[in-house]
Design a protein around this ligand. Structure first.
Ligand code: MBD
Ligand code: FE
Length: 290
């Protein structure tokens, strides 16, 4: 079984993330209005298929009452722990993203996960992400250009970045962090270029103390995601990209619990010639809106 030896302060923090993620998701769905409403015929089609698939498994794998009741107890706990966003984003979102982005010619995207917030502080084209005075981590200079698929530099494109701190916590989800810690928005300059000053993120475990952690332990899985930076990149008239970028050599690049790594999303960092830490270049290429 996997090592899940967090200290109690750390696990208590992790427990709060689920409730916050559920509350934030609900708020976003309310502002989106009818965006969450799906056509009756489509609900009938999809719900019938899901129910049939599960019934087929029960028959095929001879599921017992003990197993059925363990499932019922677990599903109740997922809700109580506020972990539906975590569960769905870890084990299902990657397929939804695959369907949604199949037509794209520009940069690859990947899943959003449960911890995005809009409205992070604007930091010009080359600002430093908000962080604590003693924020642990290696400095990372991330620079690049936002372009259209036809090569046009996209002046004024918006680059939103969010990532976990060195212990794996996201601000506004885990308690005790400054409001916008390690979250920021950059605006590409006249050449479509940007320069982000942040820290290199650490490998990350999804919260292990709630229902998702219980499933992971019961099944003998691990809870790791490789170290990652989350981005949303957008410009008027272009399709927004939600993506994540990863670092070569991470032990979990090949077995991300959220199945969200793609070869195109691997960075190529080098020692920063102009300062401390590491530097990396990565360009974002956007598809025009159809
Ligand atoms: C994360 O930080 C994350 O990126 C995903 C996809 C799921 C859980 C936590
Ligand atoms: Fe993440």
């Amino acid at each position: 079984m996997t090592d899940i030896s967090f200290d109690t302060e750390v696990t208590a923090k992790a427990a709060e993330s689920g409730a916050n993620a559920s509350a934030r998701f609900r708020e976003r769905m309310e502002t989106a209005g009818r965006a969450g409403v799906v056509d009756t015929a489509r609900v009938d089609h999809l719900a019938s298929k899901v129910i049939k698939a599960i019934n087929d498994i029960v028959i095929e794998d001879q599921v017992s009452y003990a197993e059925y009741n363990a499932l019922k107890a677990w599903l109740i706990k997922v809700g109580e722990d506020g972990e539906w966003p975590l569960f769905l984003d870890v084990w299902l979102e990657h397929s939804v993203e695959e369907v949604a982005s199949a037509h794209r010619e520009g940069s690859k995207g990947t899943i959003e996960g449960p911890y995005y917030l809009d409205g992070s502080p604007e930091l010009g084209w080359n600002g430093t992400i908000p962080m604590r005075d003693d924020e642990p981590g290696t400095p990372l200079l991330f620079s690049g250009q936002v372009r259209a698929v036809d090569g046009t530099p996209l002046t004024g494109a918006k680059i939103e970045l969010w990532h976990a701190d060195d212990l794996g916590f996201y601000s506004q989800f885990a308690p005790g962090l400054p409001e916008w810690n390690l979250r920021g928005t950059w605006i590409a300059n006249e050449d479509g270029r940007f320069e982000i000053h942040t820290l290199r993120p650490a490998p990350y475990q999804i919260p292990t103390d709630g229902a998702c952690g219980q499933l992971i332990a019961a099944a003998g899985w691990h809870a790791w995601r490789p170290a990652h930076l989350h981005f949303k990149v957008s410009a008027p008239g272009y399709e927004l990209i939600t993506t994540q970028l990863y670092f070569p050599g991470d032990p979990h690049n090949d077995d991300d619990i959220a199945s969200a790594v793609k070869p195109e999303l691997m960075l190529d960092p080098r020692d920063n010639p102009a300062g401390e830490g590491v530097a990396v270049d990565y360009d974002f290429v956007l598809d025009p809106e159809s």
